[in-house]
Design a protein around this ligand. Structure first.
Ligand code: TNX
Length: 545
């Protein structure tokens, strides 16, 4: 996957006039950016300083030399890739398309024999610095060229998001050249070396309570990608609806998916739709995690097949928003035939390593019946070559160390850690995007309090559950439950502007984060979100630009 090439350190040193870019600690680099008022970089937007999530290391060139320096994107620019694999060309094409939206430039993607190129934009894989890891990148901008290198294609893709954020906000405006600033499309010179803190930076969308189209899902994936998130968890089934066709149990979708909360017509994804979503996410280096919630939250399945019920009678479809009342019949063998068929079909459609089996809020089963069920399901998931994820209640059962518990409330995650299983942090009071911002938010629920934009940002994942520490945590995931969410506009309003803060908690080092400084960067993203057409909540906590 990687490509042998000398790290262009000489190139960096020559162009930047610094020998110790790797030695300068992130903190010091930020002082270059923020500094004292007299030192602060003048209001020359865009600057190297408004990137979200905050990069690990930033060095603007003018801090060192005092020289005015920027790369300017002009007609005739080209993107070259090294090595010229189909994958890297696709990433180059993705960048060309983003830049075309507003500039109108037709940017060719070409193969380069070596790196760095003398001019233009170059994307290059290099195995010279393995510490860049799975997603890190090194981005250098001089007057003549943009050089983006990484250890993996995913790293190049993440670096492209940084590059987008360094251009003027109008670069994202699909309104076309006539409505946006024509020139200059300039990027300040400097170097960014960046690696993420956590490997799991996720968003969950509940498509069961209300159903969302493939187009809506694509848009959410695009917006996640802009903030370097890498996991997309689809909550595909619940009491109110089953949203994926299972060929061996077709009524799950055709009948169980026919309604949604409030009683309106529902919907479901065909297997082709789902495969398309998976591929769309994959092209953005985002892994899809499908969730089939069980043994509770199963009314839609129980309504579709009477034999799944202990009494053999199917309940009616459900369009309310209560939780906890439904459960599969854990003593019937057909239940496990059903679970095996569903997981087999989904595993075959899912290249990612994970299948999420829910496991939350079952009030009608004893702990021992519940645990027995989860342990059997764990074996089924593993038999299809996947790792099991469940809401943290699953830790009451015997977990394999490869299984993962998703914390949302209570202390069950402690039981997971004791069994050497890893934890994803989704504390409802911080990370539930269906929770209202404040008492005047029209959409959303309040059972976990209110989550303002500052509340969403100002917390630390390793101090949420006693005994669940940095090493136990894979990362974080923000969840959008959709009891009250009906349209893409609703999704955008609840997700933004909280998501950029979540992305930063997942990516950036804790020691580098303060609300005071973040608030200024977020403010500058107001114009970016507007250019992207995002219906964000313009929170008064932020001095929007
Ligand atoms: C709790 S989080 C739930 C969901 C609801 C959500 C509403 C979890 C595992 N269960 O079923 O939709 O609260 O905020």
């Amino acid at each position: 996957m990687t490509y042998s090439m000398a790290l262009p350190l000489n190139f960096l040193e020559n162009s930047l006039g610094v020998a110790d870019i790797y030695k300068t600690p992130a903190r010091k680099a930020h002082q270059f950016l923020l500094g004292t008022p007299s030192e602060a970089i003048a209001e020359t937007q865009p600057s190297l300083g408004n990137i979200i999530p905050l990069p690990a290391f930033v060095l603007p060139v003018e801090r060192l030399s005092g020289a005015e320096s920027a790369f300017t994107l002009k007609a005739g620019v080209h993107i070259s890739v090294v090595p010229a694999t189909a994958e890297l060309k696709n990433i180059g094409q993705y960048l060309a398309e983003r830049l075309n939206v507003s500039t109108g430039y037709e940017i060719p993607v070409t193969a380069a024999a070596h790196a760095p190129a003398k001019t233009g934009i170059q994307l290059a894989l290099s195995d010279a610095d393995p510490t860049l890891g799975d997603e890190g990148y090194l981005l250098t901008i001089t007057q003549r060229r943009i050089f983006l290198t990484a250890y993996t294609p995913a790293g190049i893709f993440r670096g492209i998001q940084t590059l987008r954020q360094m251009l003027p906000p109008e670069i994202e405006s699909p309104a076309g050249i006539k409505n946006s600033r024509k020139a200059p499309w300039s990027i300040p010179a400097g170097t960014i070396r960046d690696v993420p803190r956590f490997s799991w930076r996720g968003v969950m969308l509940d498509v069961a309570r209300h159903f969302f189209s493939v187009k809506d899902v694509e848009r959410l994936i695009d917006l996640m990608a802009y903030y370097k998130m890498n996991r997309f968890h689809l909550h595909l089934s619940d009491d109110q609806g089953w949203r994926l066709m299972i060929n061996s149990w077709p009524q799950l979708a055709t009948y169980g998916g026919s309604m949604q909360v409030g009683g309106a017509k529902g919907g479901y994804y065909t297997q082709e739709d789902y495969a398309h979503i998976v591929e769309y996410a994959q092209q953005r280096y985002i892994t899809v995690i499908p969730e089939i919630d069980m043994p509770g939250h199963t009314n839609a399945a129980l309504a579709s097949y009477p034999e799944l019920n202990c009494n053999g009678a199917a309940p009616p479809l459900y369009s309310g928003i209560d939780v906890g009342f439904s459960a599969l019949c854990v003593d019937k063998e057909i239940t496990y035939t059903f679970v095996n068929d569903v997981i087999r079909e989904i595993a075959a459609l899912t290249p990612g390593s994970y299948i999420h089996v829910g496991g939350d809020e079952v009030s009608t089963l004893s702990v021992s019946d519940y645990s027995r069920f989860i342990e059997r399901v764990q074996t089924i998931v593993q038999s299809h070559g996947k790792q099991m994820i469940g809401w943290a209640e699953i830790a009451q059962a015997r977990l394999s160390p490869s299984s993962i518990a998703q914390h949302w409330k209570d202390k069950f995650a402690q039981l997971a850690v004791q069994q050497h299983a890893k934890v994803i942090m989704s504390p409802a009071q911080k990370l539930y995007m269906d929770i209202k911002y404040n008492d005047s938010t029209q959409l959303g629920l309040i059972w976990a309090g209110y989550i303002g934009v500052k509340d969403a940002y100002e917390w630390e994942p390793s101090t949420i559950v006693n005994g669940v520490t940095e090493n136990d945590i894979l990362g974080i995931e923000a969840a959008l439950w959709s009891e009250t969410i009906q349209t893409m506009e609703d999704i955008e309003y609840m997700v933004f502007p909280r998501l950029p803060g979540y992305a930063e908690i997942g990516w950036s080092q804790a020691k580098d984060r303060t609300w005071r400084e973040y608030e200024q960067r977020l403010a500058s993203h107001g114009s970016r979100l507007r250019a992207l057409g995002v219906n964000f909540y313009p929170s008064p906590e932020v001095a929007w630009k």
